[in-house]
Design a protein around this ligand. Sequence first.
Ligand code: 7TS
Length: 403
Amino acid sequence: MDINKIREQFPILNRKIKGKDMIYLDNTATSQTPMPVVDAITDMYTQTKANVHRGVSTISQEATDMQEATRRRVAQWINASSEQEIIFTRGTTEAINLVASSFGNLLENGDEIILTTMEHHANIVPWQLLGQRKRIILRIVPINEVGELNLNAYRSLFNERTKLVAVCHVSNVLGTVNPIKDIIDFAHSNSVPVLVDGAQAIPHIKVDVRDLDADFYAFSAHKMYGPTGIGILYGKKRWLEMMPPYQGGGEMIANVSFDNTTFAELPFKFEAGTPDFVGIAALNKAIDFIEEIGYDNIAAHEHALLTYTTERMLKIPGMKIFGTSENKSAVISFLIGNEHHYDIGMLLDTLGIEVRTGHHCAQPLMRSLGIEGTVRASFAVYNTFEEADKFIAAVERVAAMLK
Ligand code: 7TS
């Protein structure tokens, strides 16, 4: 794997922050976008912009073909049984809201949903909103001291009212890679379906939805080198067919009259209005980017960066890293002594290091850790050991400054 060749595809990596070389370590929030994806967006805006699924014009048919080529590609890539199981949304957040709203319609007062302590707000609040419409009880799986789910507790939460498990594949704060297949197997042995929030898994781990036997799998394009504003909801056809539409409008209907409206076939039943067809077309190039490098190479490189950086950081006095599971993706959440995460992040920024600080949209997790926030550095395939060295030196400097 030639990192320099990879980096050449990302002009943004050459920019400066406050006069210093930028070191971008906020890949968990969003990854950067390689030129083939940017070029695909420009090409479509300059050559093929026409609304999709709108009749016989050549340009509309071309645009439609480009959008639908990505749908087929995604289906193949995650090994869905059919492209009808791939729904385009605005992001992971909208994908989960879709399930909460639509699958939620099938639930009854008193039904229970199992979540975990390490969920992003995107996989908490939609279920709470559903709980305002119906009396839904949320059961929460706790974590242990290294930031892994307590699977005994998980198994003990099931009862005859359990109707869904909604769990992240990888934690955006702790980096923990959850044993998602075991989690799904156990839920299925209780006839309970599982929604997997795959936002932090898909950039790093090969996902095979049929091997996992996930009922729903949600992710965002912008975290996997793709464009912003696009998410994917994979859903098993048998659930999607049972579920009512999420939003109403154009494209999702078969026939409309003021007396009676019938709905389109899957996946269009869940895609009201004009989608971001430009971004969807360009998403194909992000999958090319990942496949050309290969998940094995991505994972090996990121894991080496994680191990290298973690070992050195732990030598810094007062360093505390949150999330130390053996099976961990390249996310390092940390604090130094009693310093505020915000101060550490501000000082790192003056050195060109772009990290995220705060609660990372996981306030219940922060509460369980007894903290308000962390500083979080997260790696992507284009990050280098030289950048890791500069980051570590910067953290050492900031630690010394704050002493
Ligand atoms: N689920 C997880 C596990 C996430 O990490 C995120 C975003 C989302 C859902 C929501 O994704 P969206 O694309 O719909 O916004 N996580 C982060 C983060 O860690 N920092 O900024 C966004």
